[in-house]
Design a protein around this ligand. Structure first.
Ligand code: PRF
Length: 379
């Protein structure tokens, strides 16, 4: 079994967009790609069968923080890792908990050693250190393991951002050390992706990219964006990071974003994305479609018996009408959650597949410029 490899097919002549292929021991990922979030080992409201037949993602994401708290690593190892536990034979990426600890856990304390936090489930106390997180990610067995980082708030002062970035770099050294000295547990090769931090400060971001690149990892991630900064700032920092990260390795922008955020960041040179938005907003009656954004709760859809989105070849999007889905939401039916999540994920995967087609055809930039206003339309 082999470490992940990245084949770069084309770079768009009018932007920095790239089309590539990542090869892992669980199969290939055509980039640019969107990775549905399966936090606890389940993409919320979808079965694995529905996920494959209706959305067909090349890779999904799981969360170290959640899986560590429940079911716990004894059960995970007894199952033979997350692929076997959830019966998913395609690639999986695990986030390190660096971000979830900050957004979900109760009282937490950051020290050189790591982060002490209280579980959001039962209030119990835990320590995440870089070594501990590597051990947990080894037990989960994802194809791509994320390094343990600190994601500072967007409004961080320069001094806080500098210290935080340096801490993330020291934690990265410890992650690399632990990762390199522990074996793969389940027969396939795991990969460690480091994460660039540095908030909105150009010199910090550049220094972080250079530090991260010096590790020679098989792929690199950009963290600390889409955390409350204005959109133009996110694009500016993403562009800077793409310019300073290796060209021959995949670049992953963590936790981004809206459909137009995805197209704009593809244009800047990002290859991989994840976000809870399609599933979370879907469960809140917000639909992303090929014609724009729909709030299906709105009375205007009460008698609209047209398909949810006939621009997709997804069965669910064509099978049910807008009026019916609105009725299911009004009636608080579980099926509404499934239909909306399938629609939104099918749309996100369609979007990145279209982007890839246009990159390969050489007209990505003009297609993107036409597409962005459509995606932002409120129907
Ligand atoms: N770090 C990690 N996970 C993340 C982020 C980060 O900065 C973000 C920020 N958008 C989302 N998920 N480890």
């Amino acid at each position: 079994m082999a470490a992940l490899s990245f084949l770069l097919h084309t770079t768009d002549p009018h932007s920095a967009a790239r089309a590539g292929t990542i090869t892992t021991d669980h199969g290939q990922i055509q980039t640019p790609i969107f990775m549905p979030v399966g936090t606890v080992g389940s993409v919320k409201a979808l079965s694995q069968q529905q996920l494959k037949s209706e959305v067909d993602p090349h890779i999904i994401l799981g969360n170290t923080y959640h899986l560590y708290l429940r079911p716990g690593m004894d059960t995970m190892e007894a199952a033979g890792g997350l692929h076997r536990f959830m019966n998913w034979d395609r690639p999986i990426l695990t986030d390190s908990g660096g971000y979830q600890v900050f957004s979900l856990a109760g009282t937490r304390k950051i020290t050189e050693e790591g982060v002490t936090f209280r579980s959001h489930i039962d209030g119990s106390k835990h320590l995440f250190s870089p070594e501990r997180v590597m051990d947990i990610e080894r037990s989960i067995g994802a194809d791509i393991m994320m390094a343990f980082d600190e994601c500072p708030p967007a409004q961080s002062e320069y001094k806080y951002a500098l210290n935080s970035m340096n801490l993330t770099h020291r934690w990265l050294d410890r992650c690399v050390e632990r990762f390199s000295s522990t074996p793969d547990k389940y027969g396939h090769t795991q990969n460690l992706f480091p994460i660039v931090q540095g908030a909105v400060y150009h010199d910090l971001r550049k220094a972080s990219c250079e530090y991260i690149a010096s590790k020679g990892a098989t792929g690199n991630a950009i963290g600390g964006l889409s955390v409350g900064e204005p959109e133009p700032v996110m694009y500016e920092i993403a562009a800077l990071c793409c310019a300073h990260l290796p060209k021959d390795k995949p670049r992953y922008l963590m936790g981004v974003g809206t459909p137009w955020n995805i197209l704009e960041n593809i244009a800047l040179g990002v290859d991989m994305f994840d976000c809870v938005m399609p599933t979370r907003n879907g469960r809140n009656a917000m639909l992303f479609t090929t014609k724009g954004v729909i709030n299906i709760d709105n009375k205007k859809w009460e008698r609209d018996f047209s398909p949810i989105d006939d621009g997709l070849d997804c069965e669910t999007s064509n099978y049910y009408s807008k009026a019916y889905l609105r009725h299911l939401f009004k009636s608080k039916e579980y099926l509404s959650l499934t239909i909306a999540s399938v629609q939104n994920l099918a749309f996100y995967l369609w979007l990145v597949r279209e982007a890839r087609k246009h990159i390969l055809a050489g007209d990505f930039k003009s297609w993107k410029d036409e597409m962005v206003p459509v995606l932002k339309t409120r129907l």
